[in-house]
Ligand binder design. Structure first.
Ligand code: APR
Ligand code: ZN
Length: 385
């Protein structure tokens, strides 16, 4: 136990990556986080990935409230606990952006990724240094030196994992592994196409390889993704152009793939994934697209193709159960996520990581925070709770 009863945690001022409005320049600002209340913890962030969903919130593709702290894919260490919390200070954790309430209709039927309590894309919490109410991406706002979240939004992991890899367990990797294993249930020997090779698509690809898929076709608009895709486990790389369906059929005895995964988040790529799937196959939409980007499919085609079209929210996973399994695999070397990490930057350089993501460069860019040295640590304390 951490002894929070004897040392009440204070509210803190930390540095965070903030978007002041849709399309506004991203800036590092000081923000005030409340002291952890009952059932809450403060986590000092050690690494946070830059995911396309953060970019989509910042640029208006997804609805968001501002000012907004970006980030939802992170790892860190419990630094303070509120009353009634059992986790000890010092526990390494991964953040969970869909913490299950375990009481709603969806949780009770075993679908915690659809928990009724976690539907808001941005959650109000804390304030900017100039006193404006702040919002947090997916209830976390993890591109910051610290977060204050419910205890159920953190998952303990073993100590000593490489932080830039452990961070990815909280979104891209859990999503990828879950989309393949839980949603699509890819079986050994099946064929797979992955459209969109960012951190999420490459995680899907690597998971398909681990699941025993034998034909793994990686698709992107950027030729520069070829080497990354092959390193992550693709058997072939194809450019997303007019010849795509033909090229896919040439590699699947004329049928199309058993499973297509859409990892871009656009109607056009959902249509492309649909077209390159075989009759009776399945399209799994992993990308998170815009509300008004409409997908049009022919009524006869839907009937005749006998395809399944479904989405995979957070990999249809129970993060509390599945993140520890992935973390253990990372700890014993059975899982190596090195290929997914294109590079690390400090918090001050986080806006440049967003620029790279927007240009489609690399796999995942991860912001690492040197909390131990205090350089990126908590910079100010404000009163008690
Ligand atoms: N066809 C194929 N690939 C495309 C296309 C297209 N028309 N348009 C873009 N891409 C590729 C980009 O070149 C890039 O490699 O899709 C990839 C997207 O990668 P990232 O921007 O790194 O996105 P990522 O973080 O992987 O997220 C992908 O999943 O979680 C959701 O909101 C997220 O919708 C986003 C998706
Ligand atoms: Zn994400």
């Amino acid at each position: 136990m951490s002894g929070p009863e004897t040392t009440p945690a204070a509210s803190v001022t930390v540095r965070a990556l903030v978007a002041r409005g849709s399309g506004a320049e991203l800036r590092i600002e000081r923000v005030r986080l409340p002291a952890p209340g009952p059932g809450e913890v403060r986590v000092t962030i050690t690494a946070a990935g830059v995911c396309h969903s953060d970019l989509s919130m910042a640029n208006g593709t997804l609805a968001a409230r501002f000012p907004l702290v970006l980030g939802h894919e992170a790892t860190g260490v419990v630094a303070a606990t509120g009353p009634g919390v059992e986790l000890a200070v010092g526990t390494p954790v991964v953040l969970n952006w869909a913490p299950a309430c375990r009481a709603c209709w969806w949780c009770r039927r075993g679908e915690p990724w659809l928990c009724a309590a976690t539907t808001a894309p941005t959650v109000p919490r804390g304030e900017t240094d100039d006193g404006v109410p702040l919002h947090l991406t997916l209830g976390l706002g993890a591109l910051a030196e610290a977060v204050v979240v419910p205890e159920r939004a953190v998952i303990p992991i073993p100590a000593g994992l490489p932080p830039e890899q452990a961070a990815l367990l909280g979104c891209a990797v859990l999503t990828g592994v879950g989309a393949v294993g839980n949603t699509a249930r890819v079986a050994p020997g099946e064929s797979v196409a992955v459209v969109g090779l960012g951190g999420v698509g490459l995680a899907v690809l690597a998971a398909a390889r681990r699941a025993g898929a034998t034909t793994i076709l990686a698709v992107d608009v950027a030729e520069a993704k070829r080497d990354l895709a092959l390193a992550a486990g693709a058997t072939d790389f194809l450019l997303s152009d007019d010849r795509l369906s033909k090229e896919i059929r040439a590699r699947t005895e004329g049928r199309g793939v058993d499973h297509a995964f859409e990892c871009v988040g656009r109607a056009a790529t959902i249509r492309a994934a649909w077209r390159l799937t075989r009759r009776g196959g399945a399209v799994t939409v992993v990308g998170m697209g815009a509300k008004d980007d409409m997908v049009s499919l022919g009524a006869l085609d839907i009937f005749h193709s006998a395809r399944t079209l479904r989405s995979s929210v957070y990999g249809s996973s129970d993060p509390d159960r599945e993140v520890p399994v992935l973390a253990a695999a990372l700890a014993d070397g059975a899982l190596d996520l090195g290929v997914l990490v294109s590079g690390t930057v400090g918090l001050d350089e986080a806006p440049t990581a967003f620029d790279r993501l927007a240009r489609g460069e690399g796999a995942r860019w991860v912001v690492t925070l040197d909390s131990a040295s205090g350089r990126n640590g908590v910079v100010g304390l404000r009163g008690g709770c």
